[in-house]
Structures are given as C-alpha cells and as structure tokens.
Design a protein around this ligand. Sequence first.
Ligand code: TEU
Length: 540
Amino acid sequence: MSKVWQERVVYQIYPRSFQDTDGDGIGDIPGIILHLGDLKNLGVGILWLSPVYASPNDDNGYDISDYRSIQPEFGTMADMDRLIAEARRLDILLVMDLVINHTSDEHEWFRKSRDPHSSYRDYYIWRAGVDDGPPNNWTSFFTEKCWEFDPRSGEYYLHLFSKKQPDLNYRNPAVLNEIEEIMRFWLDKGIYGFRCDVINVIYKASLEDGERKFMLTGSEHYISRSGTHEILRRLRSDVLDHYDCFAVGETVFVTPKMARDLCGPDRRELDMVFSFEHMDTDQYFVKWFRRRFHAGRFGKVITRWQTELDWNANYLENHDQTRSVSRFGSDTAFWKESAKMLAVLLLSLRGTPFIYQGQEIGMTNFDFKTMDQIRDIESHYVYRLFRRLHMPKRICWRMIRLAGRDNARTPMQWNASENAGFSTGTPWLRVNGAAQNINFESQNMDPDSILHFYRQMIALRAQSPVLLNGSFRSIRNSRRLIAFEREWCGEKLTVLLSFSVTSQRVAGAGSVLISTAGRTEYSGVLAPYEGIILRTEMKT
Ligand code: TEU
C-alpha cells in the first residue's frame, strides 16, 4: 500500500520569488495563498516551502534567527496559519524546510554562546586556534574557510557554510532537545513534514585535519557518519512517529548505499532522500566547471538510483540548481518540446516527483549580464575566489552564468506585464526578460502549453497504478535517448525520451498513453525532443 507522500506530487516554492502582494519586491505568504487554486489545478498534493522563518537573509533564509517566528517581509504567523488551513481545505499538505545543521549567527543561542561561560557555548562548535590559525584545515561549501575567529572569546567557531551560519553541536543533547521542540511546534500547527537541509552532515565525528581536496577538505569527518544516523533515529522515534508526516533529506554526496542507510530499514530515519549524482553528470568534479550534458551519462545515473533504491525523491531542478530546460533540454529551438519531454521523465520515474516553481511553465536560466545583478552569496564567494586565483573576469562570469543559483531564483513569471506580475515594486532579484514569452497567464490559456502538459502528466500519474507502484527497468541510455519500462500487475509502460534535435527511429509497440508531440499512434520514429509513453498489455 503506497503512502500519501508517495502518491502525491510535491511543488517547491522559494517564497522570496513566488508572489509579492505588498509591493516590497519580495514574495510573501499572502502571495502563496493567492495561487493555491492554481497549484490545485496543476495537481499539486504537497507544498514544500523554502524557509520562511525569521532570518537576516545572508543565505536567503537558510540562516535562521528564530525557528518559531515568520520573517516579517514574508508576513505574520497568522498568515502562516492561514496558509496551512487554506492549503488543507484544498487537500494540499504543507512541508517546511528544516535547516538544523546551523542557525544564523543572529540566533539568540549563538549570541549567548559567544560568552565562554554560557550554557549555550556548547550549542555550537567552538575551538581554540592552532599555531595562530584555525583549529583544522577544513574548507566550506561556499569555498572559503570554515572557521571564524571571535575576538571576544578568543576562539574560533565552525561554519560549513557562510560565517553567518554557525554549525550546531549535536554532541550536546540539549541541541537535539531544542530541535525536537521546534519540530513539534510546527507539526502541532498541522504541517505534514519536513525537507531536511543538508541533514547528512550534521554530526561531526572528528575535528581532525582532513585529506586536502579541491572542495570540502574535511568532509570525510562529517558526511553520513554514524552519529547522524543516531540523531535521525531519535528524531524519528521521539517526534516523527507521533504525527502523520514524512521527512525527506537533502543529502549531499550521498551514494545509493548511504541513501539506503539514511532511510534505514523500514524507514527508521528518513522516508526518502534527494541525491545529487544525476546533477553531477554535466560538470567536472564541481559545478563551476561545466561539462557538455550527455543524456546517456544522465540516464545511467538515474537508472542506478531507480534500481538500487526502492523509492526515490525525483527532481530535475530546485532553488540551488539551474533551470532544467536550459540544462538538460533546449531553451532555444526546442524549448517547449524539451520542457514537456522532461516532464514525462520526471513524472514517469518510480518515486515522488518534486516540481520547482516555474518548472511547470518552462522557465529558463537568467539573462543577466554582470555580477552586480547577482544576489546569491555562494556565487559572490566563488567569483571572489576565482578572481583571487587570477582567472579572467569573463571566465569567472561565465561560470556564474552557467551554474549560479540565481538562475533558479528569478521571480516567478505570472504574466507579460512589468515585473511579470510578480511585484508592483522593485523585485529583490531582476525578472528574467524571457517573461514576455514565458509566463503562467499565456500558458494557462494555451491547451498546447507546457503548463497544460504538466497538468496532463500529473493527472496521468495519479491514475496510473503502473506509474505509482510499478517496477523500473532500463531499456537504453545514450546521447540521444533515455528509454525505460515500468511494470505492474500484468501492465507494462514503455517510456521513450528523445534528447535529440533530429528525429530518430526507436522501436516501440503499444497504444500511446501520452506523447509530447500529441501523437495518437506510434510509428517507430521519435520527433526531436519527443517524450512518449506506450502501453502494452502483458500476456499473463
Ligand atoms: O544546500 C546544500 C548545499 O550543499 C548547497 O550548497 C548545494 O550543494 C549547492 O548550492 C549546489 O550548488 C542547502 C540549501 O538547499 C542551500 O540553499 C543552502 O545554501 C545550504 O544548504 C545551506 O543551508
């Protein structure tokens, strides 16, 4: 018997960029409530909100200063309660982003921890320096050092992300108790679970020097270590087991084996995890060094995860990744065709599909021209680092343009009016110029739009036991084609996905269940970037 979080499609909202209703140029909770009907029409069953808690916004809300209050620019707790209630009335369940590897340095706990004699000192990882330098040689996710010296107490504190995101110390039981109370606070409000931010790095097994690496020296001491599993089992038994809810972990550098362990036998830890391996196939060891996308490499990784894990959290983009149609499809000649084909891929894989805001209308990477249009802290860290390494400005800009997280954070394109209907004020991040042609309003009226196709694909998945429960078997992964089968109780679906700008002959039999080219019969030739699902009755 499948669970609600397996049957439903999840839609991720990056609140800052979704819909502004008070003209301050920043999306807000009333703006989300305004569009709940549109999300219901899309077929969304679960809504994942990126953080809306109080935050100084060093990392756009992933630096939390109070887990129990709402960032004023997003609205009030009354707005949040209304969102939860309105969503439930439409049978849409709400999931919050649980960022517990670190807090903001403006969180009360951290402010108090700066006093060496405070009981909060041990909430974080404070250490004396070594030889007038940091306690070890670790480097941060944002490429800079990951220890910050605090002159007041003469010690350093650890931050795997920005210096305004100090890591919590999970060797201290008081920290876990605080986190459990925060989870209960939100579950008691009626949310349906959590997306757990970088959850597999929260336990640091050692603070010893790490093996020197280009990125993340020291990560062997904290990625998916046994202490993390103990914490997750505690959260499961102390909190999650007592509510109708689920937990999906964002787990960096996770392998299928680690993922199986992190979900644990019978899901005694997380219910599912986001992997990154398929997102690494178009880069050389780090995302800033792009590699030409190859559907065969991409399909082989997806196949491995589909076959080595019982259930996957499937995604093609989010607030940290660039737009999938620009990255894996074509945002020029075959924009509509490839966006629809990627919808077939996402929604026909075995697992829970996660759609990121704007993906349903084929939003593309930003059309920015200079670094002063960039807002993401990660991009600015990286740009400064590579400039210090004397890389030419145009090379550094190209890296940010092709891999920067702001690509996915430009305001939602609601219509072709000024600021794409996102705000009557000045948007916090420039609206993509593509909004004139790529927007919700124009597609909502066009039965051949990407938006309509997403609605069709989501509805198809919802009523297909094969897509919901079926097994997965790969047929082919090549530069031009990803093909696989889903099978359940005597029914077999064949999924053929072209990644080619030319037509191609691909064998396939059966009745057409759906085709991005509107085909009703399959003649054995796929159109450019066509996605098609064929249905064959199996001889029982
Ligand atoms: O991201 C974790 C993370 O590692 C990201 O930095 C991601 O790997 C990288 O951006 C890919 O380019 C989570 C959140 O999703 C991200 O928005 C936060 O910045 C980060 O944690 C810190 O909370």
